[in-house]
Every structure is written in C-alpha cells, then in structure tokens.
Design a protein around this ligand. Structure first.
Ligand code: ADP
Ligand code: ZN
Length: 444
C-alpha cells in the first residue's frame, strides 16, 4: 500500500485542524484584500478578516454559489491579475455561459499534487501505463489527471474520451494498467471489449468519476472488467478532479484532501451545518487556491461526511458517494426520487443490462416516471428463438415476467409505482466518452 503524502494525509486531526484554521485566516484576509465581491459582502456583514482565526468562525462566513461565478463571468472573482494566470478551464454549462475557472502556477502545482494522491489512493503503482480517457480541453478531467499522473510517475497515454475502437486498441497494445474515465464510459468500453471477448490483460484499476454512480454499478463493472474500480470526485470550481478519492483498501467513502479543501455539509434549505454522517449539500472552502479562492462554495452535491478513522491509516475525512444533486431530485407525485435510486435498483438484475434511461412526463396532470431498461443480449436471443420456434407465448411471458420484477424492485426502492419499458440490447444512449445524461424531464 502506498500513501502519496503521509505527513499530510495521516496528520492527527487536531494538527490538521490547526493547519486549516491558519490557512483559512490567510485565505479570508486575501479575498478581502483582492476580491471586491467578497470585500463587499464581508463589509456588509461587519466581518473583520482579522476576527476569523478559528475553524468555528467558518460559519460566520458567506456562502458562494454558482450564480456568483456567472454574475462575474469570466474573470470578476479572480484574486490575482490575469497576467499571473497560466491556465483557464470551464465547465460545460448546460444553460448558456459556462463557469470559468483559472489557475496560477501554484494552483497547478497543488492540483497535480492532489491528483497524484488520488492515484495512490486508487492503488496505482508508479511505472504502470495510465490510459487517460477523460476529455482533454476546457473540461478539467483530462488535464487534471494528466499532470497528476505525470507527477505520480505513471506512463501517461493522453488519449482523451471517445473513439472506442482506438481506446481498446491502445489499451491492449500499450498494456494499460490503470484507466480513468466516466463510469458510463467504462460501461460502453466493457460492452465493446466483451464483443471482442478479450479484456485487457494488464489492467488492474479503473478510476471513475465526473458523474454519479452506485455500488451496484461498481459490482457490475468490477466483475466484468475483473479489476478494482474506485471513485474519484471533484468539480471545476474547487479545482477539478482531485478533491477526493476512495482508498482501494476500504472503498468506504472518498478521502478529502482536507489540507486544501475545507468541507462542510449543510442543510440546503436552512443552510445550517449538519453533523458527521448526515446527508446534506457539500460545501467547500478552498484553503490554498490563489487565482480563484472560494468561501463556502455550495456544490449542489448531496452526500455525508465522516471523520471516523479509516483502515488505510489516513486521517482525512471521507465523503459518501454523491446520492444526488439539489437540482437533479425529481419530485414525482410529491415523492422525492433521485436517479441514483433507480440505478441502484436496476443494475445487476437478471436478464437486464446496466444501460437505462429515466423519462418523466405529465399525463392529465399526473406525473409519470418511466424507466427504460435494456434486456441482455442473451435474453434477447432466447426470446427471439422462442418466437421463431412457434413458442411466442413463452417469449411474451418471459418479457412480462422481467417487467413485473423490475416494477416491483423500483416500487420497493422508490415508494412509487413507475412504468417500465423494456428495450432491445444496444438501443439506449451510451456514453461516447464523457458524462451521460440519463434523465429526461418532459414536464414543462
Ligand atoms: P461540468 O460542469 O462540465 O459537468 P465539473 O467537472 O465541474 O464539470 O462537474 C462537477 C460535478 O460533477 C460535481 O459537482 C458533481 O455533481 C459531478 N461529479 C464529479 N465527480 C463525481 C462523482 N465521483 N460522483 C458523483 N458526481 C460527481
Ligand atoms: Zn481509507
């Protein structure tokens, strides 16, 4: 087992907190001096930066929202002159302008460091070939992992996302030991590899993130790829990938790089801070960022955090999987549904593939949740054979049987009756290299 930076990842928590408090004080002073947006809010609230010298004071500080970044698009929140910025990234921005983030040389150094930690957490070994199938470009995934992997000492293959046939060829030819991509793309690649019936021999580790996934999906991917699959988390506003990563030893929550990112979990409605173990909205305060420092940034991601010791020996807090986002919760006839609940119920069911889609409509003033799921190729072949062998009834019965089973599973998981529509193999959208949208809400 390898810990990238033991002095920082295994600090006694009191020492860590002392370091965080010092860094927080410096950060608040800096944003007060350099970012008019923060100076105005702190002045309005009568907060003197010098009064923030303890972690307990964190709760007095204002939150920052995505809309604050958009209002100051593109560079209005920078704490350094643009000439000191050496890199710009931007998140996709589903509606209109995207969120722009900036990095100084120092920020890039921290970023490479935290991504190197994540690679060690994942169980990568220096010298392995690292296929980086996160998209390169404005998206933070590709370049973030790239520099982390170089720092860590991997043999980096910067293939970027997409072009599945080439991914597979390179994976085989170069002998990739570690692959990083989105979980939905790992599923696409698994399908393609199985169709050729050869899994890459040297591959040991999948590092998956940038979109939500479930334990059920981990089981599915680990058994098909015959490797360890670990979760990596991050967001552009805070740094990109590298905010947290599961340790392969425990796979029980993702260790947060707490010396750089101070985490809180808040109730998204009342904005009060929740205790360890309770699910709420993750907020992060950057402790070392130079170009774009953020106070209490509300991620919209829902998870819990624990500081219980981990069997791997690291002392950093661990966050649960993201159970949903404040903006992806569907309210169906008054019942709250997260897409991850559907995935957890469906993936691993007999005769179904893991590909699925969720469609929400309103019919006669009533919300309808439809889950589209693909039957497996083996099942499809079997039903087809029955139809042609004049056993059409049996085929239809088998279909109804799965449909009912899925309906029941979803009803138990969601507390809601849903409609289910089974689809032929290969018919639902796949990830072509990046994040996959599985939900369509057609209610206006
Ligand atoms: P974009 O806005 O272009 O999607 P970001 O990388 O900034 O780019 O997106 C960050 C968001 O992606 C996070 O706030 C979170 O919702 C999601 N995300 C990233 N990693 C994970 C993960 N491991 N599990 C669940 N969601 C994740
Ligand atoms: Zn651990």
């Amino acid at each position: 087992m390898m810990i990238w930076s033991p002095p920082l990842e295994c600090l006694p928590r009191l020492d860590l907190q002392r370091m965080q408090a010092e860094r927080l004080a410096g950060m608040v002073r800096r944003v007060y001096e350099r970012v008019p947006f923060y100076r105005a809010i702190l002045d309005r609230r009568g907060i003197k930066p010098s009064a923030i010298n303890d972690l307990a004071h964190l709760q007095e500080l204002p939150f920052t929202q995505k809309s604050d970044l958009l209002h100051h698009y593109p560079f209005g929140l920078l704490a350094v002159p643009l000439s000191q910025v050496v890199r710009i990234h931007a998140s996709s921005g589903t509606t209109g302008k995207s969120t722009v983030v900036a990095y100084t040389r120092g920020d890039l150094d921290v970023w490479a460091e935290v991504c190197a930690r994540c690679l060690a957490l994942s169980g990568a070994k220096p010298g392995q070939v690292f296929q980086n199938a996160y998209a390169y470009g404005l998206f933070t995934g590709g370049l973030g992992m790239h520099y982390g992997a170089e720092r860590f000492g991997l043999v980096v293959v910067p293939v970027s996302g997409g072009n599945t046939a080439r991914q597979i060829m390179l994976m085989q030819d170069f002998g990739a030991g570690v692959l990083a991509c989105t979980p939905s793309y790992a599923l696409t690649l698994a399908d393609a590899l199985e169709a050729r019936s050869n899994m890459p021999e040297m591959l040991r580790t999948l590092i998956l993130g940038a979109e939500p996934w479930t334990e059920a999906m981990r089981q599915e991917l680990e058994s098909r790829w015959k490797v360890q699959a670990v979760n990596i988390y991050g967001l552009s506003e805070i740094i990109g990938p590298g905010v947290s990563n599961e340790c392969v030893e425990a796979k029980d929550g993702s260790h947060i790089c707490e010396d750089h990112f101070l985490v809180e979990v808040i109730d998204p409605k009342s904005e009060t801070v929740l205790p360890d173990g309770e699910v709420g909205e993750l907020t992060f305060t950057t402790l070392t960022k130079e170009a774009l420092p953020l106070l209490r940034y509300r991620t919209g991601d829902l998870a819990s955090v624990t500081t219980e010791p981990c069997q791997c020996g690291r002392t950093t807090a661990r966050m649960s999987r993201i159970v949903g986002r404040t903006d992806d919760m569907l309210i169906i006839r008054g019942v709250n549904v997260f897409p991850s609940q559907v995935e957890a119920a469906l993936v691993g069911m007999q005769h179904l593939s893991a590909h699925h889609q969720i469609v929400v409509t309103r019919v006669h003033h009533r919300d309808e949740l439809e889950v589209r799921a693909e039957v497996s190729s083996a099942f499809f072949a079997d039903v087809g054979a029955k139809l042609f062998a004049d056993h059409a009834n049996q085929g239809v019965k088998a279909l109804h049987h799965i449909e009912d089973a899925l309906k029941r599973r979803l009803h138990d998981a969601l507390g809601l009756s849903v409609s289910v529509s089974l689809q032929p193999p290969g018919s639902l959208p796949r990830s072509e290299g990046g994040k996959l949208r599985r939900v369509t809400d057609e209610r206006s």
